[in-house]
Design a protein around this ligand. Sequence first.
Ligand SMILES: [Zn+2]
Length: 277
Amino acid sequence: MSQLPELEVLRKDLERDVVGKRVKEVLVHAAKLGSRHVSESGFVKALAGQRISAVSRRGVHLLFELEEGHALVVRLGASGALSRETASEKAGPHTRLIATFTTGGSLHYVDPGEGGELAVLPMAEIATLPAVSSAGIDPLAETFTWRAFGEELVRRGGPLKRLLVDPTFVVGLGDLYSDEILWAAGLSGRRPAASLSSQEMRRLYRALLEVLHDAVKQRTADGLPPVEEEDFEESEQGDWLKVWARETQPCLRCRQPIHHDEIVEGLHAYQCRNCQT
Ligand SMILES: [Zn+2]
C-alpha cells in the first residue's frame, strides 16, 4: 500500500470521511511508535480529544492534522491498511490502532507486518523525519519540468529501473508502477540514465505523470463495488496494467512476449525486449 497512487486515493477517501471529527478514545496495540514517544500512554494522550482538521500527505506519510499545530503521522508499511469502521468493530489480531470518534465511527490501522509507524508530532518536525527530508520528487504533489527531471536522472546515473524505485529520486514508486512507466515510455529498465536523449527524457517524464495520474483515476473508480470478484480481477489487469505480471503474454504494443528480466541483482522488471529499448 505504500505506492503513491493508492496512498493519494486513500488520503482523499479519509479526507472525506474523518475531517471535522473529534477523537474520543484511542487504543494502541503493539504499534511501532515514532522515537518521540517514550510510551504508548504518551501517544494515546497526545491523540485523545483532538479534532482532525485536514488529511494531507508528505511523500508516503499520511498526516491527520490536529489542533495546536500537531499531526498524527502514519507511515503504512508494505502490508499496512487504514480503514473507517463502525464504532463497535472489534480489533483483529493485527490491529495496531483504533481511534473512535465522538460522533460515532472509528479509524482502524491494521498491519500484519512490521513496516509501519505511528507518531503524533508538531507539523514543523515532520519535515525533519529522515524519510521525509531525504524524499525525492512527489509527482502527484509537485510540479517539475522535464529538464529538471532529466538533469537529476543524468546526475544520478545507473539503470532506469533502479532509479525509479529509489525513494530519494521519486517517492512511492514500487515495482508495479516503475514497470508500467518504463513500458509507457518505451524504455528498457536496463538503460543507463546517462544514455538518454532529450527526447527519451521527455518521454519518460510524460510516462511518469500519465501512469500515476491514470492510476489515481483508476483506483478512484475501483472504489465502486465490483459486480463479481472475478470480473473485477480481469478488468483490473485488462484495463490499465499494460506490462506488470504479464510474463509470456504478447506485448500490447508489438505482440512480442513480455519477459521478467533481472535488471541488477535482486531487482526485476516486466518488460518487452522488442519495443522497450
Ligand atoms: Zn513490445
